[in-house]
Ligand binder design. Structure first.
Ligand SMILES: [Zn+2]
Length: 387
């Protein structure tokens, strides 16, 4: 079990200078899931206990009155995932079997955003800089993952070599399928919660975004994120090693593509495009998200030509508008369900295939570097691979 420590700079926020654990998996999707489940058994059990407790204490607010009822709701989404992305359902079955848990319990965790109607507000800040704007010509992507402090302990990296899909390096936590990372085709994804008013029963967001990590082209990545039966949507910040950058703002039934023409993109938790703002729920309430977005973009523009892994690490530690800053800290006055903090910060380098990860709020943790150990594929190899 990793050692959770309250940070020195803020006694209610979790951070540690230790490296986050990494799990190496390979084989079929079910086999990879089993390997994750066995390795992460203790923290997945702990994470599940946390959510069972939250459902009990917040039943009135969530309109779900028992764990059994949560499972019944989650099962409605399962046929859509089984029809569209059966390999990731198998991956989840593997995690459950490896951890010695009921599959239905993990299904609830992976449908959490839909079941709680986004009562669990997730923060998150994402950004990317094209090679022409970075100090050493590498394509850099940054992300702060803001979530319930209770899941801090369950953060880990996954280094995966699936039998039938590209190798990838990603970060995730608890019993969730991974969706934030990059693959050997030089495609990276970060996900930011957004709040559309057209959600429906369909393929859960986590399954949809998991599929993006398996894509080999930019259009393929966008297509995967826009699965026609998706239940809702994230903002998917999708970057390619070539320097192509997109924010794909999705809802269940609509989307807008924002192209990074000037070599910089950022996103937080409100829709940027006029088209998507029209279907945003409580958009007026997302003011801290707007502050984080503006601050991120301004800091990036101020470093044009000098952007580096170190400068993005510093940006991700920024405290303007504390505690709802880019480096997000717990507000002790919030109800348990509303508490959030940055549980992991990461900088991906798509040119050199590295990921720097800080475990907890990056202001008082330490970045450690991980590498995707897989050959980068040339255009010729990609064409040969696709037949
Ligand atoms: Zn901080």
């Amino acid at each position: 079990m990793p050692q959770a420590v309250h940070s020195d700079c803020d006694p209610v926020t979790y951070a540690t200078r230790q490296p986050a654990p990494i799990v190496h998996v390979q084989g079929s999707h079910y086999q990879m899931g089993c390997q994750v489940g066995e390795h992460r058994r203790a923290v997945i059990h702990a994470s599940l206990a946390t959510y069972r407790g939250l459902f009990k204490s917040e039943a009135a607010r969530l309109h779900i009155h028992s764990w059994k009822e949560a499972i019944l709701h989650a099962r409605k989404y399962l046929p859509f995932a089984e029809e569209s992305v059966p390999q990731y359902v198998e991956e989840l079955r593997g995690i459950a079997d490896g951890a010695g848990l009921d599959f239905n319990d993990l299904l609830v965790l992976n449908c959490m955003e839909a079941l709680t109607e986004d009562a669990l507000h997730r923060g998150c800040t994402s950004l990317a800089a094209a090679p022409e704007l970075t100090a050493d010509g590498s394509l850099l992507v940054g992300h702060n993952e803001d979530w319930l402090p209770e899941d801090f302990e369950s953060v880990y990296l996954i280094h995966a070599q699936p039998d039938d899909e590209p190798a990838f390096l990603a970060i995730t936590y608890g019993g969730l399928l991974p969706n934030i990372g990059f693959n050997q085709y030089g495609i990276a994804q970060c996900c930011d919660s957004v709040y559309p008013n057209d959600v429906r029963v369909g393929v859960p967001r986590i399954f949809v975004s998991r599929a993006v990590l398996a894509t080999t082209t930019l259009a393929g990545a966008l297509q995967a994120a826009l699965h026609h039966r998706r239940a809702a949507g994230y903002n998917h910040l999708i970057a390619h090693a070539s320097g192509e950058l997109y924010n794909l703002e999705a809802s269940a039934r609509d989307f807008e593509l924002i192209y990074g023409l000037d070599g910089l993109v950022a996103h937080t938790n409100h829709y940027l495009s006029r088209r998507m703002r029209a279907i945003e729920r409580d958009g007026d309430a997302l003011l801290a998200s707007r502050v984080r977005y503006n601050r991120t973009l301004r800091l990036l523009h101020g470093q044009r030509g000098r952007i580096s892994r170190a400068s993005i690490q510093t940006l991700l530690s920024d405290h303007v508008n504390f505690p709802e800053s880019i480096c997000n800290h717990v507000s002790i006055d919030d109800y348990p369900l509303d508490r959030q903090q940055t549980i992991a910060a990461l900088v991906m380098d798509l040119t050199n295939f590295t990921m720097d990860v800080a475990w907890g709020t990056p202001c008082c943790s330490e970045f450690h570097t991980y590498r995707l150990d897989a050959p980068r594929l040339s255009l010729g190899e990609r064409l040969a691979g696709s037949g």
